[in-house]
Design a protein around this ligand. Structure first.
Ligand code: ADP
Ligand code: MG
Length: 638
């Protein structure tokens, strides 16, 4: 039964395509990973020798010998927590400053700015840990398919930034793959559900609640092509948080201090109870011999679990609202809502999502809702649970792999940028080059000029984020471009941003006078100074008004300073010929006084207006003199 669900029939290509080589699809999850492949038009997950399709994203490093991955590693979590690495996806491509303290609380030790895992005297990077998981999946695929597998599509949450995508790609390469594409998870899930069969302009929400990430994406079908209208989420919200709540509740009942080993055991029991309660209404948690010969036993009902989990689940609602608002779509206008991620098996999640999206009556039993059937009759979107929620992403990645290798040619996928990309400009403002939610691959550029006379270096400071002030955004990197020494405002430097199909940003800067140019790929995880994406978007909303005020002030202040500079220069040159020099001086002083308030925009504007008025005769005079100079040069005046 479930096997059937993990296979999808793909429309065969209308042309004959020679098969280049198999490209596998990999869902590199925070808690579970999976590998899938399309063969003879069927997408399916590849199981290990024991028939397990999901691989726990856990790596155990024994003191001697090679790393152990998956189920046996998971068993080591309680026994040897310091050397058993889980949820490493939370740290890949991140620096210590990016990850808030509470989220760094894991049962192993993280060290340094690069968040390496400490294993006795040695350390191992999150990238290397991920590579072990990928290697294990590669071996599995090679055993099943009886051929060498070197090409893969790997998925990442839509909210992963450039550094996280790059680090994931490097992990794939380290595992021996050529990474053909880094694909957003919700987009992969949509593919797995065969969305191209929906009517033209159908809109779909993909609600993905996994172990450690949450994403909501809105897609639209246009001429058989998926367009991602918006995506919103939180890279640090998921089933782990539900487990944590159960864990806390259990620890309250277990007297005495719980050491690391006991905590790990209780966490394991908490998750098992949660999973059981997706199908049962009551379960018993048993922990034999938790200290000496004391054992622990308690009953957990679905009702109690739902009370514990509701605050976590409810946090996803804001993101749903944001995504809908960003896409300019109302819930009722959606055709379907797809549930993805193991945590969406929880009945509470299904009820909540059905309620929030005003879904039409949905059947509790999976399999009743099938795409292509004329099920969608009632108002509101259909809650689509046709795929196993924890398998859909890998299946979609495999379908994407088949598209890339030419096995499927009648589908195209488009992704979007989760955050705006831009440059720092005069006065420390963010100048957006590629706005948030732009479909990639994409290219955009702008001309910039020098701020100071004779400036020889142009600083190109690449930013990512939604805030108006440069400092409030993340710095992706900076470099300098030699430019021809020119008068202020005369130099021309063209900057072009290009985001490739993997979502990786390439920045090109060129001095148009000299042709001198630099191309920089923004990929170093260590150079990126980013905080949580979710935080970024929330803060941009929270600070929208003050940000806007700040931008207005900075822009007005720049203009005011220019006006003051020009006015003072003019006064020096023409003081003798002006009959309102005193008025100009007074106006200049009041602009300077307004500038000193550093915030009083109305005062500044009024002062600048007065100055403009006072300097009118000066401007006329300057214009006359300039005219005279030109005429004299041409010999038209004596
Ligand atoms: P990720 O993509 O983050 O690796 P998955 O999509 O595999 O995660 O989901 C893992 C999460 O789903 C875990 O928190 C796990 O406990 C939870 N989960 C798996 N199966 C069930 C279930 N039957 N009921 C409730 N939660 C489940
Ligand atoms: Mg997932």
């Amino acid at each position: 039964m479930s096997n059937r669900k993990s296979k999808i029939v793909i429309r065969p290509s209308s042309h004959y395509c020679p098969r280049v080589s198999t490209i596998v699809g990999i869902d590199l999850g925070t808690t579970r990973s999976a590998i899938a492949v399309v063969e003879a038009g069927m997408a399916g997950l590849l199981a290990d020798a024991e028939g397990q399709r999901l691989l726990p994203s856990v790596v155990h490093y024994p003191k001697d010998g090679i790393p152990i991955v998956g189920w046996p590693a998971l068993r080591q979590r309680a026994l040897d927590p310091a050397r058993t690495i889980y949820s490493v996806k939370r740290f890949i491509g991140q620096r210590a400053a990016d990850v808030p303290e509470p989220e760094r609380q894991v049962d192993y030790t993280l060290t340094g700015n690069s968040l390496a895992v400490k294993l006795g005297e040695e350390t191992v990077s999150p990238e290397a840990v991920s590579a072990e998981i990928l290697k294990s999946l590669k071996t599995r695929a090679e055993l099943v398919l009886e051929t060498e597998i070197t090409r893969a599509v790997i998925t990442v949450p839509a909210y992963f930034n450039d550094a996280q995508r790059q680090a994931t790609k490097r992990a794939g390469e380290r595992a021996g793959f050529t990474v053909e594409r880094i694909l957003n998870e919700p987009t992969a899930a949509a593919l797995a559900c065969g969305l191209e069969k929906l009517p033209e302009q159908a809109r779909v929400a993909v609600y993905d609640l996994g172990g450690g990430t949450f994403d909501l994406s809105i897609l639209e079908l246009r001429e058989g092509v998926f367009q991602v209208l918006a995506t919103h989420g939180n890279t640090r919200l998921g089933g782990d948080d539900v487990d944590q709540r159960i864990l806390d509740w259990l620890l309250e009942q277990i007297d005495g201090d719980a050491d690391v080993t006991l905590r790990a055991r209780v966490r394991e029991a908490a998750e098992a109870a949660k999973v059981a309660l997706s199908t049962e209404t009551v379960t018993t948690i048993q922990l034999p011999f938790i200290s000496g010969d004391t054992s622990f036993e308690c009953v957990l009902t679905r009702e109690k679990l739902e009370a514990l989990a509701a605050p976590v689940i409810d946090q996803t609602r804001t993101h749903c609202r944001h995504a809908l608002a960003d896409a300019g779509v109302k819930a009722a206008e959606l055709n379907q809502v797809i549930l993805v991620g193991g945590q969406t098996r929880m009945p509470l999640v299904r009820r909540r999502v059905a309620e929030w999206f005003e879904c039409a009556e949905y059947a509790e039993t999976r399999g009743d809702i099938r795409l292509g059937d004329s099920f969608h009759e009632a108002d509101g979107p259909t809650l689509n649970t046709s795929q196993n929620p924890d398998e859909a992403v890998a299946l979609g990645a495999a379908i994407q792999g088949a598209i890339l290798s030419g096995d499927i040619t009648d589908m195209v996928l488009l992704d979007v940028t989760p955050l705006s990309l831009g440059l720092e400009t005069f006065g420390g403002l963010m100048n957006v080059i590629i706005p948030r939610n732009t479909t990639v691959p994409t290219k955009a550029g702008e001309m910039f000029t020098n701020a100071v006379d004779g400036q020889r270096q142009m600083l190109v400071h690449v930013l990512q984020g939604e805030r108006e002030k440069a400092v409030d955004n993340w710095s992706l990197g900076r470099f300098e471009l030699e430019s021809e020494s020119a008068k202020r405002g005369a130099a021309r430097v063209g900057v072009q941003f290009e985001i490739d199909a993997d979502g990786i940003l390439h920045v090109l800067a060129r001095d148009t006078a000299t042709g001198h140019e630099k191309v920089v790929e923004m990929k170093s995880a260590v150079d990126v100074d980013d905080t949580a994406v979710q935080k970024m978007v929330e803060e941009s909303v929270e600070h929208a008004f003050e940000d806007m005020d700040a931008r207005k002030w900075i822009e007005a202040a720049l203009k005011a300073r220019e006006a003051v500079k020009a006015g003072r220069g003019g006064l020096e040159d023409f003081a003798g010929e002006l009959n309102n020099a005193e008025a100009i001086t007074a106006a200049l002083e009041s602009v300077e006084a307004a500038l000193e308030t550093e915030s009083d925009l109305p005062q500044l504007k009024a002062a600048v207006a007065k100055l403009d008025e006072a300097t009118l005769p000066l401007a006329d005079l300057m214009m006359d003199r300039a005219m005279e100079a030109v005429l004299r040069q041409r010999g038209m005046l004596d």
